[in-house]
Design a protein around this ligand. Structure first.
Ligand SMILES: [Zn+2]
Length: 381
């Protein structure tokens, strides 16, 4: 490995207006100049991209040509062991001119991400790629560093084996994740590159090695230092990436939900407001199914009864009185003229009063429903 690195390529994408045509084609539309967010001009992902077509995908055709070497965290000295493994790997490959080592890292400072990759190969000058982008997520910056490294390694002559060393193995795994995720534009580009690499020689392989940052393994540490050594000021601070736009939109939608939920009566006049463990009113969220479903979404019957009770659309007297006034609406306990939700939850002797200690928390509400499987169910009580 060569210790005298020339900076091979450096594009400051925030200064996109000054890029040459060649540089523009190499940046592959990772980011665009825009003072206002506009989805139309972002490179869009095509679901019909050949890299994602079943039967044509890397996992279908070359499943034995890529592998991941993860740190075994169950091992007591896993950091030390990984350091030794990486040292052995480097020593072993230092005599093999057909191997390219890609060491990648990214860091984010003042909303500017710096993606760096170093490409080592025997008898070749060290290649460095450095890219800056504003308002991108850390995973995207890490994946982009890997993308640049693989791109450079594939362009070298006589390379049969690419070894990618990264501290962000979850980003590397996105490459082979064929489900829907926000990094597909990078996955597609990397997969295309690997496709040609694997096709060009049946011995060609790629390995991904996890290198935890705290190991401070020399070659990775060098990349880490590089990624933190830049101090970039964006020339267009309002420029946003696709992911950042999505994040803003998600926040906007969530706030809108919360506002509608609080200010307007869109949730229905009979909605049962419940509290969380900190006694705050539960608000709508999109993460992990929202706060209500997290508690009762695991059981269909519990979920149905909970939804009926919360919306007060349940087979109880109060509902029948509103919509079918000719039907019976008194409580079967004969102690109450109308079988209301409140009566069921708080007073009716037909039910176990698990809910009484705290009458308004979601947790106790679910305890009540679990202890009383007949409550709000379509069965004869
Ligand atoms: Zn009753």
């Amino acid at each position: 490995m060569n210790d005298d690195p020339p900076i091979h390529k450096m594009y400051k994408v925030h200064n996109i207006g000054s890029l040459t045509n060649c540089q523009r084609s190499l940046t592959k539309g990772h980011i665009v100049d825009s003072n206002t967010k506009s989805y139309g001009i972002f490179p869009s992902f095509s679901p019909l991209d050949p890299e994602f077509l079943p039967g044509h995908r890397i996992i279908d055709k070359f499943s034995n040509r890529f592998s991941f070497n993860l740190v075994n965290k169950k091992e007591k000295n896993h950091i030390k062991i990984r350091g030794q493994e990486l040292d052995d790997l480097t020593l072993h490959c230092s005599s093999e001119s057909n191997t390219a080592f890609v060491i990648s890292n990214a860091s984010i400072k003042n909303d500017i991400a710096t993606s760096v990759s170093h490409i080592h190969s025997v008898n070749q000058p060290l290649i460095k790629t450095v890219h800056h982008a504003s308002f991108v997520t850390n995973t995207e910056a890490e994946l982009f560093a890997i993308r640049c490294g693989i791109n450079q390694a594939c362009s070298l002559d006589h390379i049969n084996k690419i070894i990618v060393v990264t501290n962000s193995i979850h980003a590397a795994k996105k490459i082979f994740n064929f489900g829907s995720h926000p990094y597909q534009i990078h996955s597609a580009a990397i997969l295309k590159e690997l496709h040609s690499f694997f096709l060009s020689n049946e011995d060609n392989i790629i390995e991904f090695w996890e290198c935890p940052s705290k190991l401070r393994w020399k070659f990775h540490h060098d990349v880490d230092k590089d990624s933190k050594s830049f101090s970039v000021t964006p020339s267009y601070p309002t420029k946003t990436s696709w992911d950042f736009c999505k994040k803003l939109d998600a926040n906007e939608s969530t706030n809108m939900w919360k506002m509608t939920f609080q200010a307007l009566d869109r949730k229905g006049t009979h909605f049962l407001n419940l509290l969380d463990d900190d006694l705050n009113i539960i608000e709508p969220l999109y993460a992990r199914g929202g706060l209500w479903l997290q508690v009762f979404g695991h059981s269909n019957s519990l979920c149905m009864r909970a939804v009926r009770a919360i919306t007060n659309h349940a087979p109880i007297g109060e509902y029948r009185l509103r919509f079918f006034p000719n039907m019976e609406f008194a409580c079967p306990c004969n102690n109450y003229p109308i079988e209301t939700r409140r009566h069921i939850l708080h007073e009716c002797r037909r039910f176990n009063r698990y809910w009484n200690p705290r009458r308004d928390t979601l947790k106790h509400f679910i305890m009540f429903l679990t202890a009383n499987p007949n409550a709000f169910a379509f069965i004869d009580n």
